[in-house]
Design a binder for this molecule. Structure first.
Ligand code: FES
Length: 127
């Protein structure tokens, strides 16, 4: 599974929004570092967080068990599984937020914004 990722810090720096239709096109044209924007492959037995770590990236996390939301990502494209016992409220899940620590890709391609834990909506959840 191929994943294109973007660091939420870059959105904050450039004034982009999660709702921008051409968010990833803008990212491609901006001079972002390899850790901020790029692509990685997720193997079948890897969660999204594990895949990022196994490819040498440091994405935020804490509990690794679906209980803290530090690892939250925003899905721009594709689908990531969301296990039953997790901290993410239904309304945020419906808007496309997922946990990367126990989220497994359900589509062949994904576009995700990681490091979204500082968003106001998620701030209350972070333990
Ligand atoms: Fe805590 Fe994913 S690391 S919910």
């Amino acid at each position: 599974v191929r994943v294109e990722f973007l660091d939420y810090d870059a959105l904050a720096d450039y004034g982009w929004s999660l709702d921008d239709d051409d968010l990833f096109r803008k990212a491609s044209h901006a001079d972002l570092g390899a850790a901020e924007h790029g692509r990685l492959l997720v193997e079948p037995d890897e969660s999204l967080l594990e895949a990022a770590e196994n490819r040498g990236f440091s994405w935020p996390f804490s509990c690794r068990g679906g209980a803290c939301a530090n690892c939250a990502v925003y899905l721009v494209e594709g689908e990531l599984s969301q296990p039953a016992n997790h901290i993410m409220p239904e309304e945020l899940a419906e808007r496309g937020f997922r946990l990367s620590c126990n989220g497994y890709p359900l589509s062949d391609e994904l576009k995700v914004v990681f490091n979204v834990k500082h968003l106001a909506e998620l701030d209350d959840l972070i333990l």
